[in-house]
Design a protein. Structure first.
Length: 238
């Protein structure tokens, strides 16, 4: 048992109010223990602090719906795995099955917030995806980007490996890797203002091998030093 699992068992409140709903779905008894029994640690702070349970949130890469089920009315998920979409639908969640790098189906200005947990490290074109988030958000909308990061020095690397048992950014399925600073830079250059970057505690944001970055949509246009000719045709440069 690693430190995150210990923390969850000590401090997390069991989601008893959704237990019957999960168990009523096929396969729910198995998924309950792994995904739904406790509020995910990465959601605990943002959910309360930013009232995401009252906001219309787009959950990108919504998996089994373990985050989506906690968001406000009108929230929606995007997921590519058919079995996860089917299960989420059986819970009454609105999940659209498609690959968001092949197409983008969300209407402009539709959401109060975008939740993107452990996705950006997988995608071929992170900037394109961030620009899609920008389009989908209402004015002053928020994004919550959770990603594994490379700790800032060798000591933090060793401590993360010791305490967590793994370094998330090294996973074989990942094709991008970020530090906190490079992730913030990428998000800012897509049209957002960084509000905060935190792990469990802000003081540890460069020590941990993961971070949740909260940013707000602001007025954006590519600078004149980046001429439109440099942008691929599929990238909306407006």
């Amino acid at each position: 048992m690693n430190i995150a699992e210990i923390y969850k068992k000590i401090f997390s409140k069991e989601n008893t109010e959704i237990k019957e709903r999960i168990f009523s779905a096929q396969g729910g008894s198995v998924l309950w223990e792994k995904y739904f029994r406790f509020l995910p640690l990465k959601l605990t702070m943002p959910l309360k602090k930013y009232n995401l349970d009252k906001k219309r949130v787009l959950d990108v890469g919504s998996a089994w719906g373990e985050f989506l089920i906690h968001f406000g009315p009108g929230s929606k998920g995007i997921e590519i795995l058919p079995e996860a979409v089917k299960f989420s639908g059986s819970l009454g969640l609105d999940v659209d099955e498609y690959n968001f790098e092949d197409e983008w189906r969300e209407s402009a200005g539709s959401f109060d917030a975008v939740w993107c947990s452990n996705v950006l490290e997988h995608v071929v074109a992170p900037h394109q995806l961030l620009r899609h988030f920008y389009e989908a958000l209402k004015d002053d909308g928020l994004i919550f980007v959770r990603i594994p990061t490379i700790p800032s020095n060798w000591l933090y690397l060793k401590l993360n490996k010791l305490l967590l048992g793994f370094l998330g950014y090294e996973a074989l399925q990942h094709i991008n890797a970020f530090t906190r600073k490079t992730a913030e830079f990428a998000i800012e250059r897509a049209g957002f203002k960084i509000i905060e970057s935190s792990a469990f505690l802000p003081i540890l944001k460069d020590a941990c091998s993961f971070v949740t970055i909260v940013a707000q949509k602001i007025l954006f246009q590519y600078p004149s030093k980046r001429p439109d000719i440099h942008n691929p045709k599929w990238l909306n440069s407006d």
